[in-house]
Design a protein around this ligand. Structure first.
Ligand SMILES: O=C(O)c1ccccc1NCC(=O)[C@H](O)[C@H](O)COP(=O)(O)O
Length: 229
């Protein structure tokens, strides 16, 4: 029996070049991430963001990534973004003050309580769950134990951290996230995306969604978005 399911959304992160944006969109990416934190090898500034953002088609979400930014730093980027993604220790009221939809990255340190995080960041559109490496706010290229994600969470889950064309199908099957997020797994160098790897990554996600729709799983498919407020 075939059951239509929501496709797992795809976010390609750490884009710095127009040609990579074109490939990501052509392969079906739903969202594109731009790292607005100067400490990253994938960082761009607001001028570059304006240029890149102008090449993004309507209906593709432009996401700005920030790590404990100043208010003015975020405000300078607002005209070029659809969604804000916070990777530092930003309180919820800070994340919400810009009048844009936002998501919160949660690094999966040992003691993390995802239920509490979902309450603390109740205004977030989703929680992006990422690997924890001390001193590195994101883009680690490392996975974490996906079994640590509860079956039910009060926010949609965006799964990140060390995803690649080789492991993303298993990740989708196991976690059933609302979306997957990848950076290093589709790169040939920091901030330089590999078109073949982007294509392979998106194809794996799309094929897994199709397989689930066709009944590849014994359990009825629900994504981690299904328990969202
Ligand atoms: O990518 C970075 O360099 C980065 C730096 C600081 C904060 C966040 C950063 N990236 C965030 C992302 O959304 C990445 O896609 C996510 O951490 C997954 O990265 P990867 O493990 O390389 O796929």
């Amino acid at each position: 029996m075939s059951t239509e399911i929501d496709p797992v959304r795809i976010k390609i992160c750490g884009l710095t070049r127009t040609e990579d944006i074109r490939v990501a969109i052509a392969c079906g990416a739903d969202a594109l991430g731009f790292v607005m934190w100067a400490g990253s090898p994938r960082a761009i500034d607001a001028d570059r963001l304006a240029t890149l953002s102008a090449t993004v088609s309507p209906f593709v979400t432009r996401v700005g990534l920030f790590v404990d930014p100043g208010v003015a730093d975020v405000e300078a980027c607002l005209p070029y973004l659809d969604l804000l993604q916070f990777h530092g220790d930003e309180p919820a009221d800070f994340c919400a003050r810009f009048g844009k939809p936002w998501i919160k990255a949660i690094r999966m340190r040992d003691e993390i309580d995802l239920g509490a995080a979902a309450e603390t960041y109740s205004g977030a559109g989703a929680l992006l769950l990422d690997a924890f490496r001390p001193g590195v706010p994101g883009g680690t290229g490392e996975t974490f134990d996906w079994q640590r994600i509860p079956d039910s969470l009060a926010k949609p889950v965006i799964l990140a951290g060390g995803l690649t064309p080789d492991n993303v199908a298993a990740a989708v099957m196991q976690v059933r996230p609302y979306a997957v997020d990848v950076s290093g797994g589709v790169e040939s160098g920091k901030g330089i995306k590999d078109p073949l790897r982007i294509r392979a990554f998106c194809a794996q996600v799309q094929a897994t969604t199709a397989a689930l729709s066709a009944g590849a799983s014994a359990a009825p498919f629900t994504t981690k978005s299904s328990t969202a407020n």
